[in-house]
Design a protein around this ligand. Structure first.
Ligand SMILES: Cc1ncc(COP(=O)(O)O)c(C=O)c1O
Length: 372
């Protein structure tokens, strides 16, 4: 019989036990990906309620059966426009979009070149694909080019990267990646999960840089304040995914409230395209505040601001200290981040005021003194 005690004891010994905490409404939240503060916006809530009244609480079938509603298709058109792609396809969430995409468009004859710090869903999608996988050092285009020049295959080659890395808050060298993908005849796949809504007037980092990848992945679950994921690319790619992506075909369509809220979020983003820039400016001020307390926020260039702590237990102690001071800021530990780089990850959102940011920096400042 499989038992779990030994594994759990080892996890605990390494200071890596994960626990669920019920969200406390009264704390100052720095762990949320609701970057534009839309998740409880009255317009999103009203749109969701209307959708539930019209269609019910679930669609109760795959979209290829009876689970396809007009709102799914309307949202796909809007997401394609937002990301500057021809077409888009909704998935149950971003995780399912990545695993469904990578496992269906690649085969044993193909090669995938992936940034070492890509999100787990891209790593898992690459494993499911059965393609050969080469993981290049984080954002190291020389290392990638070495692989591209020396690893050939009978099939297709793909470069896969997050645009905005969720644990460091840094940005992939997308211009160089686009150039390399053209030079070495590769397909460039960019996961914009954390950048949609924030960069490029809401369209992501590729839009900000004027880059046209082969495929963009996104989620509705972060800045768009809803739930779900999507892939965007050529009309042919989307037709292919409808026919081949198992996480699309064999899974129930999104419940009506989710696309309704996302459509409403897109209305807001389109009418206030400067919102993302505002969050980025606030995060930049926050980094200055933290660094003046002697902590490094490198290499963050976005609304995600990590404070490197190092040891797992120390990161946990920092997080508990924040909690005692009314702040939710979670400790991020391996395997989410490499061993020895445990950190506290702050997400700056439009819900924060300058006073909130100052307070968090002040608490961080007092940690060194109190923890000695
Ligand atoms: C880069 C990246 N891709 C994909 C996902 C998965 O998205 P979702 O939460 O919609 O499954 C996440 C985070 O959750 C992410 O950080």
């Amino acid at each position: 019989m499989r038992t779990y005690g030994g594994d759990l004891a080892r996890i605990d010994r390494d200071g890596l036990t994960r626990k669920l905490h019920v969200r406390k409404p009264y704390v100052l939240e720095f762990s949320s990906n609701d970057y534009l503060g839309l998740a409880d916006h009255p317009l999103l809530k009203e749109a969701s309620i209307r959708a539930i009244e019209q269609y019910g609480s679930g669609v109760a079938a795959s979209r290829l059966m009876s689970g396809n509603i007009r709102m799914h298709e309307e949202l796909e058109k809007r997401l394609a426009r937002l990301t500057g792609m021809k077409s888009a396809l909704l998935f149950g969430c971003g995780y399912l979009a990545n695993t469904g995409l990578l496992s269906s468009i690649t085969s044993r004859d193909d090669l995938l070149f992936a940034d070492r710090l890509n999100h787990a869903s891209l790593v898992d999608g690459a494993l499911l694909s059965r393609a050969g996988v080469f993981r290049y050092q984080h954002c190291d285009t020389d290392h990638l080019e070495y692989f591209l020049a020396n690893r050939t295959c009978r099939g297709n080659r793909f470069i896969v990267t997050d645009s905005l890395f969720s644990m460091d808050g840094d940005i992939a060298p997308l211009r160089k990646l686009e150039e390399l993908s053209a030079r070495y005849d590769c397909n460039l796949i960019v996961d914009e999960a954390h950048a949609i809504g924030v960069f490029g007037n809401g369209g992501g980092v590729c839009r900000e840089y004027g880059i046209k990848p082969h495929t963009v992945i996104g989620t509705l679950s972060k800045a768009l304040g809803s739930y779900g994921g999507f892939a965007a690319g050529s009309a042919e790619l989307i037709k292919y995914l409808i026919n081949r992506a198992r996480t699309f075909i064999y899974s129930t369509g999104l419940p009506p409230a989710a696309p309704a809220a996302a459509l409403s979020a897109l209305d807001i983003i389109e009418s206030q395209p400067e919102s993302g820039r505002k969050v980025l400016d606030m995060a930049s001020d926050f980094r200055v505040m933290i660094e003046s307390s002697g902590f490094s926020t490198a290499p963050s260039k976005s609304q995600i601001v990590p404070v490197q702590v190092g040891e797992n237990r120390k990161a946990e102690a920092f997080s508990e200290y924040f909690e005692r001071n009314g702040i939710s800021a979670v400790a991020i530990r391996p395997p989410t981040v490499p061993a020895g780089t445990a950190r506290i990850r702050f997400s700056v959102t439009l819900r924060h005021s300058l006073k909130d940011l100052n307070y968090a920096a002040q608490v961080l400042n007092s940690i060194n003194r109190d923890m000695k």
